[in-house]
Design a protein around this ligand. Structure first.
Ligand code: MLT
Length: 215
């Protein structure tokens, strides 16, 4: 599952910084209800319209998820698209969370499964999102570096071309795309810069039995 701006990056950062697990939820009030019946070390986190939900501990900026804040904590996490997409994938055998910042790591893990891989972009409110497609292209690029005989379908080829055309200027290439411009309008420049870095983390979060943990 890929939600390049920004849920994948937030999840990868939180898991890398030692959070115990993440419980993805649908709407914010579902997250708040789960927090009410949870004990102890729990942080209530997420966004609505990309803004921190009132009363929540953290929003959906990966930069908030530092080690001193998230280490050993359980995160109940609600986002508009990313966590919703993850939950719909529950029946799948292995659900890996990826994006630009862990592209090589998630590519390695996907290849090691020795099965067909379906890449799912979270999109934005049910619509295609360029950032997700480009991040999928980045992961495919890393998979082909490991095994150049991988077969792609047409969508995979388009994603790869989109990524190659960016020529490592992901930030520049995403200018004008809908969610990128929305986050820019909210002045979330640091998040945009962070979420479009490549191969920063060697960590692959996996979703299993209702929670996201380090794979
Ligand atoms: C989402 O999951 O809907 C996105 O990550 C939204 C956002 O940028 O906060």
């Amino acid at each position: 599952m890929v939600d390049a701006l920004r849920a994948s990056a937030t999840i990868i950062t939180a898991i890398s910084n030692g959070c115990d697990r993440i419980v993805p939820t649908g709407e914010a009030n579902e997250a708040a209800a789960i927090k009410k019946i949870s004990e102890g070390n729990v942080l209530l986190c997420g966004e609505m319209a990309a803004k921190k939900v009132s009363g929540f501990d953290l929003g959906n900026s990966p930069l908030e998820y530092t080690q001193d804040i998230v280490e050993e904590r359980i995160i109940i996490f609600s986002t508009t698209n990313g966590t919703v997409a993850i939950k719909t994938l529950a029946p799948a055998e292995d659900v890996l969370i990826g994006t630009f910042i862990n592209a090589e790591a998630v590519a390695k893990k996907a290849i090691s499964l020795e099965r067909d891989v379906v890449m799912v972009g979270a999109g934005t409110k049910g619509k295609f999102s360029t950032d997700d497609m480009m991040a999928i292209g980045c992961i495919i690029d890393r998979m082909l570096k490991i095994d150049d005989e991988i077969e792609l379908d047409d969508m995979g080829r388009v994603a790869l071309k989109l990524y190659h055309d960016a020529n490592h200027d992901i930030l520049g290439a995403l200018e004008g795309s809908t969610h990128f411009e929305y986050l820019r309008q909210l002045k979330l420049y640091d998040d945009l810069e962070y979420c479009t870095r490549e191969d920063m983390f060697d960590v692959v979060p996996v979703y299993q039995e209702g929670v996201i943990i380090k794979g």
